[in-house]
Ligand binder design. Structure first.
Ligand code: AP5
Length: 221
C-alpha cells in the first residue's frame, strides 16, 4: 500500500503519520525530515536545499526526486509506505508514479488534511521539536512538562526557523500555488482520496485517518 498525505504546512500531517505508521508497521517518508537530516549532516543536498527551505520555497523537483528514489531503493518493495510532504508539485507526482510503476506499484490512497490558515499559523508559531529524538510538541496545544525541555530525551526543544511568521506566510502561498493543484491531479487519477477536517483535536482526526487508510478504527472493543 502506498499512501500520500496532502495538506498545508502545520495541518498535522507529521503528527498523524508518525502514529499510524507505528501501528501499521509501515514506513514514513517525510521529505522535510530527510532534507533537515541532510542539512544536519552537511551533505551536498543539505547545502543546496538550505536557502530554499529558509525562504519557505520548494526545493527543486530534480533534487527531491533523486532523494526519494535513493531512499526508496533501501526499502523493500513489499513494505507499506506513507509519503508526508511529498509529492508537492505535479512533476513530483508524475515522477513518483514512474518510480512506483517500475516495481509494479501505484499510489493507492490520498488523504487530504484541511484547516483554516489562522489555525495553521497558530500551530506553527507554537511548534517545538526535539533535535535529539524528533518528538514534536506545541507550546499552546501539547506542551512538554517543563517548558522547552523534551519529556523523552531531556533535550532542549527548538523552534524551526521556517516557522517564523513571514516564512509561514510564504509557505502557505507556495502550498496554494504549487501543491494544491495536486488535489485535481489525484482526483483525475485512480487513487482514492479522503478529505479530513483537521481543525479538531488530534484524537478525532486520528480516528478518521485510521478509517481512511485501513478501513477501520482499529478499535477491537
Ligand atoms: P516540511 O517539513 O514537509 O513542512 P510542511 O509540509 O510545511 O509541514 P509541517 O512539517 O510544517 O507541518 P505538518 O502538517 O507535518 O504539521 P505537524 O504535524 O508538525 O517541509 C519543510 C520545507 O522543506 C518546505 O518548506 C520545503 O522547503 C522543503 N520540502 C519538503 N518537502 C519538499 C518537497 N517534496 N518538495 C520541495 N521542497 C520540499 O503539526 C504542526 C504543529 O501543530 C505541531 O506543533 C503539532 O504538535 C501541532 N498539532 C498537530 N495537530 C494538531 C491538532 N489537531 N491540534 C492542535 N495542535 C496540533
Amino acid at each position: 500500500m502506498v499512501v500520500v498525505l496532502l495538506g498545508p504546512p502545520g495541518v498535522g500531517k507529521g503528527t498523524q503519520a508518525v502514529r499510524l505508521v507505528d501501528e501499521l508497521t509501515a514506513v514514513h517518508v517525510s521529505t522535510g525530515d530527510l532534507l533537515r537530516a541532510a542539512r544536519r549532516e552537511g551533505t551536498e543536498l543539505g547545502t543546496l536545499a538550505q536557502g530554499f527551505m529558509d525562504r519557505g520555497e520548494l526545493v527543486p523537483d530534480d533534487l527531491i526526486l533523486d532523494l526519494v528514489k535513493e531512499h526508496l531503493a533501501g526499502i523493500d518493495a513489499s513494505t507499506d509506505v506513507m509519503f508526508d510532504g511529498f509529492p508537492r508539485t505535479t512533476d513530483q507526482a508524475t515522477g513518483l508514479d514512474a518510480v512506483l510503476e517500475a516495481s509494479g506499484r501505484k499510489v493507492n490512497s490520498v488523504v487530504l488534511f484541511e484547516a483554516p490558515d489562522e489555525v495553521l499559523v497558530k500551530r506553527l508559531s507554537g511548534r517545538r521539536s526535539c533535535p535529539e529524538c524528533g518528538a514534536v510538541y506545541n507550546a499552546y496545544f501539547s506542551p512538554p512538562v517543563v517548558e522547552d525541555v523534551c519529556d523523552r530525551s531531556g533535550g532542549t526543544l527548538l523552534h524551526r526557523a521556517d516557522d517564523e511568521p513571514d516564512t509561514v506566510k510564504r509557505r502557505l502561498q507556495v502550498y496554494l500555488d504549487q501543491t494544491a493543484p495536486l488535489i485535481a491531479f489525484y482526483q483525475d487519477h485512480s487513487a482514492a482520496m479522503t478529505r479530513i477536517g483537521a481543525d479538531r483535536d488530534v484524537e478525532a482526526i486520528y480516528a478518521d485517518f485510521q478509517v481512511a487508510v485501513t478501513g477501520s478504527t482499529g478499535d477491537v472493543s
